[in-house]
Ligand binder design. Structure first.
Ligand SMILES: [Zn+2]
Length: 345
């Protein structure tokens, strides 16, 4: 099925002169991959599918939960009741919105092992992830392959986004030279997040995506954009100020270390028990600090050199070297997802 610029569905969009019929035709040929289908991913997928992007692949490792519904706009109560895989639930909604778009849901944990297969044919990659480990993987792959991608993140009422065009702009490793150490940053689980804040950032991302896929590269926003909804502030940091002082590991020195399969935190199912061990790269974290962040999320207990969180779904024990044992699942992808949300990767 092809999308036609004369289709009344797109009439208001094509009347917008900077896009026009020619931009619409380019959109219909575009292939976007959305990595992560949470608040960012559902919002960007919604806009891209409505806008008539030809093909949208949605990759997510997670299941719909009641705590998602306040901000993840493609999911409803029935999805949470059935604990449906997010990629599949999103695809079903999106097909009912625009049957002309080819939507490919993939329930998988994006890693160095499958990144080539899942991203190689993309014209554009959108960041809908919740952790820096996966963002750096996307960055290294896209910079190596010369595929544009749009970084985005949100926490509390603040979010940021940056469009990365390899060879033309700074990359994520220019902005943040290395992955923050596990447990170093708060997460949406521990610090909370406002739906409209993610909505602003994701809509910004979708706007940038439409410019790129429509071939309107001259309109791309350069540099980092930061939104703070509670205080009502918007800042734009110029592209040249994003560049670090050292030549960038990824886009200058072309050392794509996150594409090495051993970079990702291994998650191993523990034999004979309903548990998975997640072992991030060597780190030190303060169990007491983590205990403070987890207040209100479940029953928190501090032991010698470890901290434990008991929720109705899982029991998470994290040691001072960052290693964790997660009871309540035998699925490594699910365990990594809980780790990313509750500890931070
Ligand atoms: Zn760079």
């Amino acid at each position: 099925m092809s999308t036609q610029p004369t289709d009344p569905r797109y009439s208001r969009q094509t009347r917008f002169a900077p896009l026009g019929n020619q931009g619409q035709e380019a959109l219909a040929r575009g292939r976007a991959v959305i990595c992560g289908c949470g608040a960012l991913g559902t919002t960007t997928a919604n806009w891209l599918v409505r806008a008539g992007v030809g093909k949208v692949r949605i990759i997510d490792r997670d299941l719909v939960d009641w705590s998602n519904l306040h901000r993840q706009v493609l999911f409803d109560e029935e999805d949470a009741r059935q604990v449906r895989p997010k990629a599949l639930a999103a695809a079903e909604k999106l097909r009912s919105v625009n049957a002309q778009v080819e939507i490919e849901p993939i329930t998988a944990d994006l890693s160095a092992r499958n990144v080539q297969r899942l991203l190689h044919d993309a014209d554009l990659v959108l960041d809908g992830t919740d952790n820096f480990e996966t963002r750096f993987l996307i960055n290294d792959f896209c910079v190596r392959q010369g595929i544009p991608w749009i970084y985005a993140g949100c926490l509390g009422a603040e979010g940021q986004a940056m469009t990365i065009v390899p060879g033309e702009s700074a990359c994520l490793a220019c902005l943040v030279p290395d992955c923050p150490r596990p447990g170093a940053l708060p997460t949406c689980e521990t610090a909370g997040v406002l739906g409209p804040a993610v909505g602003v950032v994701a809509s910004w991302q979708a706007g940038e995506a439409i410019k790129i896929l429509a071939g309107k590269r001259e309109a791309i926003t350069r540099g980092l954009v930061v939104f703070e909804l509670w205080q009502g502030r918007v800042r734009r940091i110029a592209a040249d100020r994003v560049l670090g002082e050292q030549p960038c590991r990824a886009c200058v020195r072309r050392e794509f270390i996150y594409l090495q399969s051993d970079r990702q935190a291994p998650a191993v199912t523990l034999c004979g028990s309903n548990a998975v061990q997640v072992t991030p790269p060597e780190t030190r974290l303060d169990p007491g600090e983590l205990a403070a962040r987890w207040q209100g999320l479940g029953e928190v207990s501090l032991g010698e050199g470890f901290v434990r969180l008991q929720t109705p779904d899982c029991q998470l024990t994290v040691f001072a070297d960052g290693r964790a044992i997660i009871r309540g699942t035998t699925d490594p992808a699910m365990a990594r997802s809980w780790y990313a949300r509750l500890v931070g990767l």
